[in-house]
Write a protein that binds this ligand. Sequence first.
Ligand code: S3P
Length: 443
Amino acid sequence: MTDWKIRRAPTIQTELEVPGDKSISHRAVMLAAMSNGPCVIKGFLPSEDCMSTVGAMRALGVEIEVADETTLIVHGVKRAFTAPKHEIDCGNSGTTMRLMAGILAGQPFRSRLIGDASLSKRPMRRIIEPLTKMGAKITAEGKDGRPPLVIQGGNLQPLQYVSPVASAQVKSAVLLAGMFAKGKTSVTEPTQSRDHTERMLEYFLVRPQKQGLTVSIFGDQTPESREFRVPGDISSAAFWLVAAAAQPRSRLLVKNVGLNETRTGVLAVLVRMGAAIREVIEEPQAEPIGVIDIQGARLKGTEIKGAEIPNVIDEIPILAVAAALAQGKTVISGASELRVKETDRLAAVAMNLRAMGAQVAETEDGLEILGGVPLHGARLESFGDHRIAMAFAIAGMFAEGETTITGTACVNTSYPGFYATLESLMRPPTEAQTRVITSLPTR
Ligand code: S3P
């Protein structure tokens, strides 16, 4: 089904889990593939984006077994990849293309990376520039540094790179290339972006050094094969968190979710907006895993800007929906990166919110939303962007009348089971669910 029909939903009183973290699933496959033996990856996200990374690694001669839907056994090749026999299709996944470019920059062979129509419009100069400085030869076949990319790698020099963008993808591409350079490669970012690559390198016993906003790595190290557990994706949880936060009598528990503090900005924003939230880290491993307990409220507007932006970069569409449901004004600024995601997310959010009756002004690098105007159902486009589809499905749960979201197949890039959970929340909570939730301590 590619169109979703959404209607106003009852109060949420339930607990749920979300599928594995997308960023972490990509990195787990890549680091395991570089390691010196078999690695079992549990909780892997079997979405289209992460399967693009699996396909890319298989094309480089890595054996990857699918033990069950969320468990992979990746047979590490000790960084000795073989030349691909065909081009590598990254699908819709920017993380696959940019991080694989880092790895391929270190390989003594030629490879060609392609992507779908959306990925083919995304900027790649941000990784071409540092990887070229390290010695790789990269040609962007698209206009203005856009994909496809042809990479002839090998013989890399280490680099001290000061990145102009706070991008975990740029940082990771340079660090992964640095694994194949002789000597110390460093990346300094303008503000902290998600730090999964650094944490996971550490976990796989390749020691990165961190000082302030600079991460360094010594090349020629092989990750040690180990089992790894991927936590639930807080960016997927964010849709349900907002659905609960914006309804005064709602209560939601999200279990087994990643609580890495470079990703939990969405919780801080929702607390500022008035929700009551408790987070408990249960497994403080490489990637902390725990529970989020949220109680809804009459939300109020807030400001989202500056160093907080990279932490909530993927949550801005759903936070904009929260802002439309809140009383007062919300100002989001410093978020121009949203214009070069799977679609121009600032334009898409503004257009869809307006179609539902909200008051929104689009600025060059953000949005100004005057919340509290009742939303009405509308026929909305996903713009081929999974996070736009899901954010507006949640908006539909609060709207008068029916909301239709078109072009929802893109949701399979990050959250294949989203609609099944949405349907379950459109039904009133069962007695058993209510009993579990009302037995929890209130705050
Ligand atoms: C990601 C980093 C972010 C994020 C993307 C995943 C990653 O992109 O938006 O969904 O896995 O490193 P940028 O690093 O380009 O900001």
